[in-house]
Design a protein around this ligand. Structure first.
Ligand code: PXP
Length: 397
């Protein structure tokens, strides 16, 4: 039987990312405990539901945070749900109160309670003796650090997209300004990567630019492209450090939406396989949705880039908050699914700090805002000013 995460709260808020708990937390936890074949059920309850279990099985009044029912429990505690390790029941309301008191996110507290409950299922105990209590506490700390530890200790890297330097050049059909030269200045100012989108219509970046950038970029070259035969052949020859597959429509001003990996799984899987065979890591530019992250995992991508466009374009603070939560949840899920997580599109000097504070995001890809600012103050200063914006996230967090 697989790992099941069951939310019995019938649509009550807060909404919990069950996929993250299942794939990122329970599965990883069983793997850390060297029990990858085992199954269990994690059941999310309200305080009222939890109080009923607490009364029935422990003769105690009121809710508690977590209850564990090993599979060997004499009366099946949670009918029909019993995994081979057993069931862990958590009250989300109690977890939420405890998270607020400890200054943790709700997800962090749910992870702690899940670890606690699962350790009980496999025989750990904190009531029999002080020695056992200490052993359980140590194990909990160790597992929490392994599962929840953020992948990054400081701030996300900045990769600068220099497409619009080429846009300016193409406006005159001239040789200047040169995106290759701009890329060098970005690197000297501290950028950790250079991004270019070689479009099928070659409206800004040209083949010559990508060939030269491959020779000059000292950090990391990320080539954005459509998953076409022509582009795959070109990338296989140039060998950028990373290819980001994006959807491409000729009439659009800029990339409009994320790649629908779920709908085009076969085509994308084939493109990813060819690029990986050529020794290139592959990122998929996707909307912040669980379905797309799952599909990205199935096609063998190494990275995902979360599309921040809807967050950046939000018309009100409420919409922005909603989009932010989607991005944060998607980043958690993608990191838990073992992706390196990048993000970008539409980020500017106002809206970037909040995204930079999402701990799972490894790199931000920013173009238009930096190039626009560079026109006024110079590329070096524009890149350094963006670092200042990103580093505010580190100070806030
Ligand atoms: N990421 C992807 C996949 C993109 O297509 C673009 C735009 O070329 C960006 C990031 C950068 O967006 P912006 O130019 O708005 O910063």
């Amino acid at each position: 039987m697989p790992i099941q995460v069951i939310d019995e709260r019938q649509g009550l808020h807060p909404r919990i990312n069950r996929q993250l708990l299942q794939r990122g937390v329970c599965r990883q936890l069983l793997s850390e405990l060297k029990l990858p074949e085992k199954s269990l059920s994690l059941v999310l309850l309200t305080d009222t539901q939890m109080a009923a279990y607490n009364q029935q099985f422990r003769d105690k009044e009121g809710p508690t945070n977590v209850l564990s029912f090993p599979a060997a429990f004499p009366e099946e505690a949670h009918a029909a749900l019993c995994g081979d390790l057993g069931d862990v029941l958590i009250s989300v309301e109690t977890a939420q109160r405890e998270a607020a008191a400890k200054g943790l996110s709700l997800m962090a507290r749910l992870v702690q309670l899940t670890i606690h409950g699962v350790l009980h299922l496999i025989g750990y105990d904190h009531e029999r003796s002080q020695e056992e209590a200490l052993a359980m506490w140590d194990k909990e700390q160790q597992l929490f650090a392994q599962i929840f530890q953020t992948r990054r200790h400081t701030m996300p890297h900045l990769a600068v997209n220099v497409d619009h330097v080429a846009t300016l050049r193409q406006a005159r059909g001239a040789a200047e300004p040169d995106p290759v030269l701009a890329a060098g200045i970005c690197e000297l100012a501290g950028a950790r990567g250079i991004v270019v989108h070689l479009r099928e219509d070659r409206r800004h970046i040209q083949d010559r630019d990508v060939h030269l950038l491959r020779q000059t970029v000292k950090t990391k070259l990320n080539l954005e492209m459509a998953a076409t035969k022509e582009m795959i052949a070109l990338a296989s020859e140039i060998k950028p450090d990373l290819v980001t597959l994006v959807p491409e429509k000729r009439q659009e001003l800029t990339t409009e939406g994320g790649l629908d990996v779920a709908a085009h799984q076969k085509k994308i899987a084939s493109a990813v396989a060819k690029l990986r065979k050529a020794g290139i890591q592959v990122s998929l530019f996707i909307d912040p949705e669980a379905e797309q992250i799952q599909a990205a995992a199935e096609v063998g991508a190494t990275h995902v880039e979360l599309h921040t466009g809807r967050y950046c374009d939000a018309a009100s603070r409420e919409d922005e908050d909603q989009e932010f939560v989607l991005l944060r949840n998607a980043a958690e899920l993608a990191a838990a699914s073992n992706f390196i997580v990048n993000a970008g599109h539409g980020l500017d000097y106002r809206n970037t700090t909040r995204i930079a504070a999402i701990p799972e995001i490894d790199e931000l890809s920013i173009g238009h805002a930096i190039v626009s600012r560079a026109v006024l103050v110079g590329m070096d200063q524009a890149v350094r000013e963006m670092f200042a914006v990103i580093s505010q996230a580190g100070q806030a967090g």
